[in-house]
Write a protein that binds this ligand. Structure first.
Ligand code: AMP
Length: 282
């Protein structure tokens, strides 16, 4: 596995692979790898010939007061894990390579970024995400890019920007990887002390309660959300949001006909955690 730090070098490596007829895959990450990240690398390994993993803690998607400086970083460990998954290139640029002096462009995806994490973290979050993803797609120019459904709103934002800007890449969304007790894997789980770690399992149990109600035929959004809210309340968690929205444009749903995205965000201990589940009533 090569570790590459410049746009020029990654472009040369990708161009060589493409000239040899190889399909190029990109897994964008902020590092601190866990099994969720590794699952994306594994899917990329099966679907593409040259697997590039980007490792870049993107400062522009953190609001002032968020955990940018505390965000877990261990490139050596990440490199070892990526190598273990058969990754070809770890693209780990310095901030100045991504945002050179005079950088002045921001990509803003409207409407779907006004709700959920866009409402609670502020507009700069998805502006930062959209801009850095557009840049990564421009720098690496992959045929396929792999994202986790754990960040369901991010997947929609990326799909929208790729469509709107005619970026020639296929976006592949991969399933949420969970701990044995159901907690969605996250780089931020390291912030949880033992008590908070137990409390955090309520997020998935809340989603599962709503999922069970949907599978039993419940379609009323208020009833489905209430089923999840009761589990959170029981665990002493007050969510930042707990909402049932359309899977395509995130409009708020009154009823779930085909499917709906139940998304939750909550502060548990020192960590801000998110999780989601697509409900499909029977
Ligand atoms: P991050 O490093 O947190 O920016 O995540 C990099 C990619 O991994 C994103 O596409 C995330 O959605 C994805 N990811 C993070 N956690 C999980 C998980 N538990 N299961 C699947 N994908 C995940």
């Amino acid at each position: 596995m090569r570790i590459i730090r410049t746009v020029h070098e990654v472009r040369v490596a990708v161009a060589e692979a493409r000239a040899a007829g190889r399909i190029v895959g990109l897994v964008p990450t902020m590092g601190a790898f866990h099994a969720g990240h590794l699952s994306l690398m594994q899917v990329a390994r099966t679907q593409t010939d040259l697997v590039v993993v980007s490792l870049f803690v993107n400062p522009t998607q953190f609001a002032a007061g968020e955990d940018l400086s505390a965000y877990p970083r261990d490139e050596q460990r990440d490199a070892d894990m990526a190598r273990g998954e058969g990754v070809d290139i770890l693209f780990a640029p310095e901030p100045a390579e991504v945002y050179p002096d005079g950088f002045s462009t921001t990509i803003h995806v409207s409407s779907i970024t006004d709700v959920l994490c866009g409402a609670t973290r502020g507009p700069q979050h998805f502006d930062g995400v959209a801009t850095v993803v557009a840049k990564m797609l421009g720098m690496v120019a992959p045929d396929v890019a792999f994202f986790g459904q754990k960040d369901a709103q991010q997947v929609l934002v990326v799909r929208r920007l790729v469509r709107d800007l005619d970026i020639p890449v296929r976006i592949e969304a991969c399933p949420i990887v969970r701990e044995p007790d159901g907690l969605a894997m996250s780089s931020r789980n390291v912030y949880l002390d033992p008590a908070a770690r137990v409390q955090a399992t309520a997020l998935q149990r809340a989603l599962a309660a709503a999922d069970a109600a949907a599978k039993a035929g419940e379609r009323d959004a208020a009833v489905l959300v209430a089923a999840a809210a009761a589990v959170l309340a029981d665990a002493g968690i007050e969510p930042e949001y707990l909402e049932l929205r359309a899977t395509d444009d995130l409009r708020l749903l009154d009823r779930v006909e085909e499917e709906g995205l139940l998304a939750v965000a909550a502060r548990v201990g020192g960590a801000r955690l998110i999780d989601n589940c697509v409900l499909r009533p029977n």
